[in-house]
Design a binder for this molecule. Structure first.
Ligand SMILES: [Zn+2]
Length: 230
């Protein structure tokens, strides 16, 4: 082999190697276990595909603190760094989903999960992904205070959770705006304000979820900080 041929071969090998590393870094095989219905797997895959396709004109500092800087693949990286498996649970019928204790890279979803609209399913997946983090001790929830009142002294009611009164609800609130509820509120605020390729209906739904989930942050100051992107 001539010298320059060797160099070309070396370059080709290096390119193939680079391509391999690029692909193995970018293709993440999310595993789906214990599903009997392929339609449910397709639904989650398409929810995530939709989430990953969102483009943003800008993001804010609080958002970047949680989901990383930059506008590209923000939620994809957040989710895929934490979750490797989604499984079906036929128990826990009173829940929508949970991060599996002892298998923190796994989210289990119940039949109820599939009755929700797309943006709420996405909200739940991101919520459970936050629980996978060892830092923040899995961001455990707190009991909502009694009473749990808005700025006008009215009891907080969660409309997206069937009009449930939040006061005194066990393990249904967060003490930090950076917990599982807070970060979904931050994400939905970003979608409602900055999404470039969402239609108006999607933005309005995101705004409603942002406002509703924010009610679960106990501290009025921390709720204000989400509103001000701090
Ligand atoms: Zn939770």
């Amino acid at each position: 082999m001539k010298k320059h041929e060797g160099r070309i071969l070396f370059k080709l090998q290096a390119s193939i190697l680079a391509l391999f590393f690029f692909m193995s870094g970018s293709i993440h095989a999310l595993e789906f276990n214990w599903f009997n219905d392929d339609k449910e797997v397709e639904m989650i895959s398409s929810d995530l595909e939709f989430l990953y396709s969102l483009k943003f004109s800008k993001t804010n500092l609080l958002h970047n603190k949680v989901f990383g800087e930059g506008n590209k693949n923000t939620y994809k990286e957040f989710f895929e760094e934490r979750i490797n498996t989604i499984r079906k649970s036929n128990t826990m019928a009173n829940m929508y989903a949970f991060n599996v204790d002892g298998y923190r890279d796994t989210i289990a979803v119940t039949n109820n999960f599939f009755k929700l609209p797309r943006l709420l399913r996405i909200a739940i997946l991101i919520h459970e992904a936050r629980h996978s983090e060892e830092t923040g001790n899995h961001w455990h929830h707190a009991d909502c205070p009694i009473p749990h009142l808005d700025d006008h002294g009215k009891p907080f009611v969660s409309d997206i959770d069937g009009g449930v009164l939040l006061s005194g609800k066990r393990q249904a609130c967060d003490s930090s705006r950076l917990g599982s509820y807070g970060i979904v509120s931050i994400m939905m605020k970003n979608i409602s304000e900055n999404c470039e390729n969402c239609n108006l209906e999607m933005k309005e739904q995101a705004h409603k979820i942002y406002q509703d989930i924010k009610k679960r942050i106990i501290s009025p100051l921390e709720r204000r900080m989400i509103e001000n992107n701090e």
